[in-house]
Design a protein around this ligand. Sequence first.
Ligand code: ADP
Ligand code: GLC
Length: 480
Amino acid sequence: MKVLSVASEIFPLVKTGGLADVTGALPKALAAEGVEVRSIVPGDPTVLKALHGEKVHHFDELFGGPADLLVGEAQGLHLFIIHAPHLFSRDGSPYVGPDGLDWPDNAQRFAALSWVAAEIGRGLVTGFTPAVVHAHDWQAGLVPAYLQYGGGRRPGTIITVHNLAFQGVFPADLLHALRLPASAFQPEGVEYYGKIGFLKAALHFSDQITTVSPTYALEIQMSGAGMGLDGLLRTRRAVLHGILNGIDEAVWDPASDPHLVARFSAKRLRLRATNKSSLRQRLGLAPDPEAPLFGVVSRLSHQKGLDLLVGALATLVEQGGQLALLGSGDQMLEDAFASAAVASPGRIGVRFGYDEALAHLIQGGADALLVPSRFEPCGLTQLCALRYGAVPVVARVGGLADTVIDANAAALASGVASGLQFSPVSQETLESAIIRTVAIWFCQPMWKRLQRNGMKTDVGWTRSARQYVEVYRDAVRSRS
Ligand code: ADP
Ligand code: GLC
């Protein structure tokens, strides 16, 4: 089966978050199941630099200028790239300009991605006519709409929701510029509260809908987590599936990770101490032998609940803990963590920005990983933590609820606990979780059990790739 994956990010070429990890790793797992995946991504400068592509099609006019469709390989990925300088030759973030605001033409930029993907779906490229087009998030949301309105061959379509908080909503007067017919502007089309909704359109038109954990699949059918789309999702629940993300076990392997100072395995957990010392040194933390070291690797945004951690830092320090935080995003949060680091020298260490190597060292050196998200469609950092023997301490939401087994009395008695969960998400419950974590830390046999259970957890892609294959088959069936 041939599948075209459509997304704005793909690891390791362009990444702002977990979406890239998924679109980078899933094709390899699907290949092992006999699915031939090619991924189409915008020709951002970093992508073009990595690819020696061959031109397979020329568009005289693609949303404001000429463009070429390139095909090629980079970093083991089979890619279609849209080389459209007027849309994508921009350094920095794929979404935001140097002024910190969304690019004003984001609607056209990602409509172009969806448009070309739909054309490939119809058979534009000889030798690669996909049975299924798999769109990821709002940036690819117009694919099924274009296939619906454009006529011609109709492959099966899937939308995967990685985060319902980002919906791609644009003014109604762009309808024509986005090459959508006037008839599309209705509730049974792309219209969304008087505007054009890219994700809404995908949820309406796709044959199948997936999201990245079973719990999030339930949460988004309710008001609140549904963020305005819960009604539509409820009407489509027969084709809505929660399929857990995995992580790329080659990229995230503590036994061979080049970013670690000491590589280790479940049998050689003692070696983690070397990574812990190195991490402390890098972040200016005191070499206190008793202190549990908490780590955070995260976007700093409301979703991730790190404002709650700011409030809980006094408890963390009072309990004798230390914090190593790597994050980027919200300036107010950066400022708050920077001040906390100044106020508690040797106890709180912070780094702002995107740093792949430090992210790995935190996973391989911190004792526990904190993920206090208000909502979390899946979350990948807790999966990395499980594999690296950093005990995840997580909010009981979305994929966090599905992947970590809380150290409650029953789980401890049956020896299956792999981390700690807290709920409802608040500063108080986070503080209790920190206190509970420190108590377990001082009972080292119990702590080691959590680490070992975590490291045994299946965080790979195989099981989920098989579930995607089933969904692809259903999508194809609904077209025949
Ligand atoms: P989200 O996609 O919502 O940000 P995920 O947990 O799914 O959250 O994925 C985040 C990914 O980005 C992980 O691979 C994590 O290691 C990485 N990451 C997040 N923040 C940083 C950072 N500041 N530096 C390096 N990697 C980061
Ligand atoms: C989104 C979500 C995150 C998920 C990732 C990959 O960024 O916030 O929970 O793991 O997508 O699916």
